[in-house]
Design a protein around this ligand. Structure first.
Ligand SMILES: [Cu+2]
Length: 478
């Protein structure tokens, strides 16, 4: 329920009667905790078991923050120091990572970088100055290995909005949508839906493929947006002519996701929280695990629609939410979107700066059953974390080239730094600034970044199983 709707109901319910103390208390309990309630400098995050009712017959037991999953939308002001007190009410050490922020290693929230863990049944405070402005998020950074009830398989995730001085977007409503899968399990029947325009080529495809049988991978067939599966939450209620801003996060530990809204286009204004040089309208969004998209939609097709995954099995499994126009009552409609291929470069501008002269290369390979039942992943021929292979000189700008010699599309994340895409799908671009970049199957991508954040810096694939089984590197400063 929107705050506005609640207030409307409340004012009807209480019309002509003085509010008694009990009613006022009820009102404050029922009023949704709007993000503004959390715009402060001190935050307490309690890690503890929660239940998530995806549907009346589907209740998930997991670990969340402050009694819910997703956790609360945190709002911080850029440049204004905050303290985050993390209380761990579980029996295992935990970490809370602030994804997309440029903050020191000891508070970034990754054990590999030297952030102290939050001990079981203990607590720890992190103090930092949030930057840069934009749609960020937070999540656990614990390893899971073969335990599908640990790490990012749990409900430990939420949005973190860092408010900057200027906000140029004008919209009537704002909604936070975290895409999620639940009840993960192991399989050797992985269906690869990572489509790629064949014209984009597969520059890193080896001449001779490794045909040894692959190990078990993680999959799921239960989905939600936020804490509800399609058809079981409140619809998003809109009016004809409204401009609705969606801040979307793929909080999956497992897979890249697509999203479409029949009859409407997404006007993409920011990727990973950073405004894009060329905002553009698209029919289908794609987000790898860890990625965010800010996109507004002009509501100009009255009806009742499903905003959801284009793949029938994923949407039927719950990945969707109903968009309901005022005075429209019918079964939510789904119409398959036009065929489209996700392309970061349409939001970029032509390169204008010379390429950095300092180069780093990372070659990724998959070793089928490299760890017993499971595959391992190597970076430049060895499993992570790579303590001494990547040494950065402070103040230097680097061109980092990813060579993906595997049959998966990987969402690659560099902590504490911002990556500017310079080349992907064989195209050059500039101005698209991200912290997580999906490099296509057998594809190649280059990103530029400035080494301006001294301290240990973790690089990894944001698919939990890939990270746990070697797909990571620790960068350090000289
Ligand atoms: Cu991966």
């Amino acid at each position: 329920m929107q705050r506005r709707d609640f207030l409307k109901l409340a004012s009807l319910a209480f019309a002509g009667r003085p509010l008694c103390a009990q009613q006022m208390q009820m009102q404050s309990l029922l009023a949704p905790a709007g993000p503004q309630d959390l715009a402060k400098t001190d935050f307490t995050m309690r890690i503890a078991p929660v239940t998530v009712e995806l549907a009346p017959n589907r209740v998930i037991s997991t670990i969340g923050y402050n009694g819910v999953s997703p956790g609360p939308v945190l709002r911080m002001k850029e440049g204004v120091p905050v303290t985050v007190n993390v209380i761990n009410d579980t029996d295992t050490p935990e970490t809370l990572h602030f994804h997309g922020l440029q903050i020191p290693s000891d508070v970034d929230g990754s054990e590999e970088e030297g952030t102290p863990v939050v001990p079981p049944r203990g607590s720890r405070s992190y103090r930092f100055t949030p930057t840069p402005a934009g749609t960020r998020w937070y999540h656990t950074h614990a390893m899971a290995m073969d335990d599908l009830h640990r790490g990012s398989y749990t409900g430990q995730f939420g949005f973190l909005i860092i408010e900057g001085p200027g906000n140029s977007s004008v919209y009537d409503q704002e909604h936070f949508l975290a895409l999620r899968d639940w009840e993960p399990y192991f399989t050797n029947q992985m269906m690869d839906t990572d489509d790629l325009d064949p014209s984009q080529g597969r520059p890193e495809k080896p001449a001779v493929l490794d045909t040894r049988p692959a190990g078990l991978e993680v999959t799921s067939d239960v989905y939600s947006i936020n804490d509800k599966s399609l058809g079981f939450g409140e619809p998003i209620r809109v009016r004809n002519g409204e401009r609705v801003m969606f801040r979307i996060l793929n909080a999956s530990a497992i897979e890249n996701r697509h999203l479409a809204l029949p009859g409407h286009k997404f006007n993409v204004v920011a990727l990973d929280g950073n405004p894009v040089p060329v905002p553009a309208a698209v029919d289908v969004l794609m987000l790898g695990p860890g990625e965010r998209i800010d996109a507004w939609v002009e509501m100009n097709q009255p009806g009742v629609w499903i905003l959801g995954a284009p793949e029938d099995n994923v949407r039927d499994g719950g990945l969707g939410i109903v968009i309901e126009y005022a005075n429209q009552h019918r079964t939510p409609q789904w119409v398959a979107p036009p065929k489209s291929v996700w392309d970061y470069t349409i939001f970029g501008k032509p390169p204008s700066q010379p390429a950095p002269t300092e180069k780093l290369d990372m070659v990724f390979e998959k070793v089928p059953r490299g760890a017993g039942k499971f595959n391992t992943f190597t970076v430049n021929g060895k499993v992570g974390p790579h303590e001494n292979e990547f040494i950065l000189k402070q103040g230097t700008r680097y061109r980092l080239t990813f060579h993906n010699r595997t049959d998966d599309a990987h969402p690659l994340h560099l902590h504490r730094h911002q990556l500017e895409i310079s080349e992907i799908y064989g195209k050059s671009t500039s101005g698209v600034i991200k912290d997580t970049v999906v490099v296509p199957t057998y594809g190649r991508a280059s990103v530029d970044f400035t080494a301006d954040q001294p301290g240990l810096t973790l690089f990894h694939c944001h698919i939990q199983q890939h990270m746990d089984f070697g797909f990571k590197a620790l960068l350090r400063y000289a």
